[in-house]
Write a new protein. Structure first.
Length: 118
């Protein structure tokens, strides 16, 4: 999500926005961890309280054609204790411009999802 590629930065923010929305809809807690400072790469950590919530999160994830099962298999991993220890709230970990786009996407997706089921 480097500063030198605005398209890649916007795409990464969009993906994070979907994940944040899905985490919210599945009653998960979200944290971010700066994985590589030079590349401005972040890892997202989600805490789900039950198997049902985990399944809900994965169902929402799978419902998005842009986020494939390969992404789930390769990128949704259990964090280490150190990763959890050094993780921060999204608002304090992500750059403000990225956070703004993340929240716009998450809010839009959440509203669309709410309309589908109500």
């Amino acid at each position: 999500m480097g500063d030198d590629d605005p398209e890649a930065r916007a795409y990464a923010a969009e993906v994070i926005g979907y994940l944040v929305c899905y985490a919210h809809l599945a009653n998960a807690r979200s944290l971010a961890l700066l994985a590589d400072r030079r590349a401005s790469a972040y890892e997202l950590l989600f805490s789900l309280l039950s198997d049902w919530e985990k399944q809900r999160f994965l169902e929402l994830f799978r419902s998005n054609d842009d986020l494939t099962n390969a992404y789930i298999e390769n990128n949704l991993l259990s964090p280490t204790i150190d990763e959890v220890r050094y993780a921060h709230l999204l608002a304090s970990a992500l750059p403000s411009d990225v956070l703004s786009l993340v929240m716009q996407v998450a809010t839009t997706v959440s509203a669309d999802d709410w309309r589908k089921f109500h």
